[in-house]
Design a binder for this molecule. Structure first.
Ligand code: 5GP
Length: 213
């Protein structure tokens, strides 16, 4: 088994910025990437599939997952619970697979804290707030009240961008995934993430290489 660990790429940013589109675009050009399917208490939407979009849970089921230690981080968003499952992340990273997550800012910072050496955080910003409002309105998924709720949440979230490693603008559905892939490829080539290459050449592994390297 390789001693190299998988990379966790956490994508955050206001709802409606196009995180899902960015991730689909990336997965189309990066076949080594796995998507972490979250658990949620939100109702299933048309076009969504259980186990692919989310694991849809009742609040009681979700609370049980937390109690059993199966949730790595969770957050409440617009009245629903969302959480990253240990089963989606831990063993993949331990086995050297790369995983991408679409989660709230609070969730992103929690993953960064739990996996400081294995994760990068990327904040996706809309080209402008007006653009974000137009996109959310255009989806016609929310009522006017839900829309106002999401926009208020968006403005709060944007203030956290300074805590992230990278920032991307969702200005193009073809270019943004390529820029994200550039970030991920560079991270994969970090000296400390490649202890196997160094060992093969009889070179010293840096102190900041992942613990089990
Ligand atoms: P939506 O209802 O639009 O699918 O998602 C609402 C928000 O929940 C999005 O900002 C999404 O990134 C976030 N989210 C989805 N899964 C998780 C998760 O596992 N943990 C956290 N903290 N947020 C999540």
């Amino acid at each position: 088994m390789s001693s190299e660990r998988g990379l966790i790429t956490v994508i955050s940013g206001p709802s409606g910025t196009g995180k899902g589109t960015l991730i689909s675009g990336l997965m189309g050009i990066d076949s080594d990437m796995h998507y972490s399917v979250s658990a949620t208490t939100r109702e299933i939407r048309r076009g969504e599939t259980e186990g692919v979009s989310y694991y849809f849970k009742t609040r009681r089921e979700f609370e049980k997952l937390i109690k059993n230690g199966e949730v790595l981080e969770w957050d409440e968003f617009c009245g629903n619970l969302y959480g990253t499952l240990k089963s989606e992340l831990q063993s993949r990273v331990d086995n050297g697979s790369d995983v991408i997550l679409d989660i709230t800012v609070k969730g992103a910072l929690a993953i960064k804290e739990a996996f400081p050496d294995d994760s990068i955080t990327v904040f996706l910003l809309p080209p402008s707030i007006k653009d974000l409002e137009d996109r959310i309105r255009g989806r016609k998924r929310e009522t006017e009240e839900q829309l106002r709720d999401r926009l208020a949440e968006a403005e709060k979230e944007i203030a956290w961008v300074k805590k992230f490693d990278y920032v991307l603008i969702s200005d193009s559905i073809t270019e943004a995934p390529k820029r994200l892939k550039g970030i991920i490829d560079a991270e994969r080539q970090r000296v400390r993430r490649n202890p196997d290459i160094l060992k093969r050449m009889g070179l010293e592994v840096p102190d900041n290489a992942p613990k089990d390297a």
